[in-house]
Design a protein around this ligand. Structure first.
Ligand code: FES
Ligand code: FES
Length: 156
């Protein structure tokens, strides 16, 4: 089946098997490998992307269901250098192996768009669909809180 989607502002069109998952389309057809596959069953959040502005787990959607949609992956966040959330993760040690990080950052991005000064509790709630096996979450929460402060100071 033909699929046409816009990813990070660029159009991708291809013939795919009807059963192809969106995460596989993103990684294998669009070659955007910042979107990770952790579980393939909707549990870990490593495959999180923005779908028409909202976070989804791209392993839970077929590529054909995304036909006509606008998607943003982690690569789309850093087209002009690192985004302040990415900088904050670097400065506050918000990752170790990095496997969960692109999903964490995209969930944080959506949170900060609607709630620019979230409490730690609100950050933890926003991340409940994203699992991390390494950090214990504390540095991730600190990174997002720090990003919120930096973005406020920078007027972003
Ligand atoms: S790979 Fe999609 S939620 Fe884990
Ligand atoms: S940094 Fe390794 S899974 Fe989160």
């Amino acid at each position: 089946m033909q699929v046409k989607v816009k990813i990070n502002g660029k159009e991708y069109q291809d013939d795919v098997e009807p059963r192809m998952l969106l995460v596989h389309f993103i990684r294998e057809k669009a070659r955007l490998t910042g979107t990770h596959i952790g579980c393939d069953t909707g549990n870990c959040g490593a495959c999180t992307v923005l779908f028409n502005g909202r976070t989804i787990k791209s392993c839970l959607m077929l590529a054909v269901q995304a036909n006509g949609a606008e998607i943003m992956t982690i690569e789309g966040l850093s087209t002009n250098g690192l985004h302040p959330i990415q900088d904050a993760f670097l400065e506050k040690f918000g990752f170790q192996c990095g496997y969960c990080t692109s999903g964490m950052i995209l969930s944080a991005y959506v949170l900060l768009q609607s709630n620019p000064q979230p409490t730690d509790h609100e950050i933890r709630e926003a991340l409940e669909g994203n699992l991390c096996m390494c950090t214990g979450y504390q540095q991730i929460v600190e990174s997002i809180s720090y990003a919120a402060t930096k973005m406020k100071e920078a007027g972003k």
